[in-house]
Design a protein around this ligand. Sequence first.
Ligand code: PEP
Ligand code: CO
Length: 472
Amino acid sequence: MTVSRTADRAQRKAAASTATDPPAERGTWQPRSWRSFEVAQQPTYPDRVALETVLRELAALPPLVTSWEVETLKQEIDEAARGERFLLWGGDCAETFVDCRSQTITAKLKILLQMSLVLVHGLRVRVTRVGRFAGQYAKPRSSDLETVDGRTLPSYRGDLVNGVEFEESVRVPDPQRLLRGYERSALTLNFIRSLTEGGFADLHHPEQWELSFADHSDHAEEYRRRVEEIRTSVTFVEMLAGHRQGLERVEFFTSHEALVMPYEEALTRTVPRREGWYDLSTHLPWIGMRTADPAGAHVEFFRGVRNPVAVKIGPAMTRDRLLRLLDLLHPCDEPGRLALVHRLGAGRVEELLPALVEAVRESGKRVLWVCDPMHGNTQKTSRGLKTRRFEDILGEVEDSFRVHAELDSVLGGIHFELTGEDVTECVGGARGLDEEGLDRAYRSFVDPRLNYEQALEMALLVARRGPTKRVP
Ligand code: PEP
Ligand code: CO
């Protein structure tokens, strides 16, 4: 079933390179060269002058992240692609400006820390934590317009663009929101950096990350047992070594769907003593399923930046399209450059994943494979509420681990929509949340997220798989 891993990578790379549209024929890349390509999912700003003024202001403001953080993440993505690390990636479907609050941010940080600890313990690899936060403010929509009671207004595209309230003054895209989004991202990052540098994430004191309602969780005991084992090991190693092991702080990386192109362009910079351009709005920008057209503006933009880049892969992805994306976004097989995030839907992994893995293998390039078990599993309840079933999410994760292993490939990360709060948006899980129970605390304006307990349960179930496999 699999192409031999020992076949010459370079030979396969040359054979698989598509003849059409090589990067050189596109001309020299510039941060603004995406502007001559078809660009999907952009807001229509009525006041172009106001937009240009905001973009100039943004371009003069300091970057949100640094190139060395971005390069560190790239290295860790390469390790995850080889099975030497695991990427835990999660957060809200969309952040909102009002939720830029200490409680929401710390709850998200806590659940990601808890999940990562459980995964380190179970999978026996280091875990890199990437948040869908500090910039996840823009959403793709299936339609530009929304009609309610005979009135038609622009669709809500995320707080970076417009507001959710169905009022004309709120729904018309406002460029000032680009500045507000930049500022909220900076505030979030500042708080996260202070917390993670300042001892909040100290492995000697995991009790600091406990959430108040965690005691009542069905999983509290298994979680505590794993944490206690880690704490004992840490004490033992430090006793032998005679000094602390630098476990007082952890790294956190940020990511968002890079959707609103003028915003990304304004934050794309050169830096002293490094070559090329970095999109310094985030560490790991991703191209969503609806904007992953190889001929489109988003792919053109991201072929030119030095960040690691992720691309969402849906069920409609073809071998040829994937090979073109690899040509454009990953031409030199640079370690850690590309993550492919498949979101195929429960029950479809076995049918769809092998062709994707074979196509990448044919290209001779290495990528990090990540499973997003959320976006292929959205359904509506009988009352029209968007939800996802815990069992479907878990099913897609388990199938992805299994099918990658059967193909002699490695699943190096998982991508969840989750929150550290006690919301009721996804059904199922140990507590058996059902459709009736969704009303109690359904807060998402966009996609349904795993709540704290469901997210921790997910990590515990994944951790039970045991050590991950490495690739040569
Ligand atoms: C998302 O990650 O919120 C999203 C919209 O995903 P996709 O592009 O995979 O549909
Ligand atoms: Co979503």
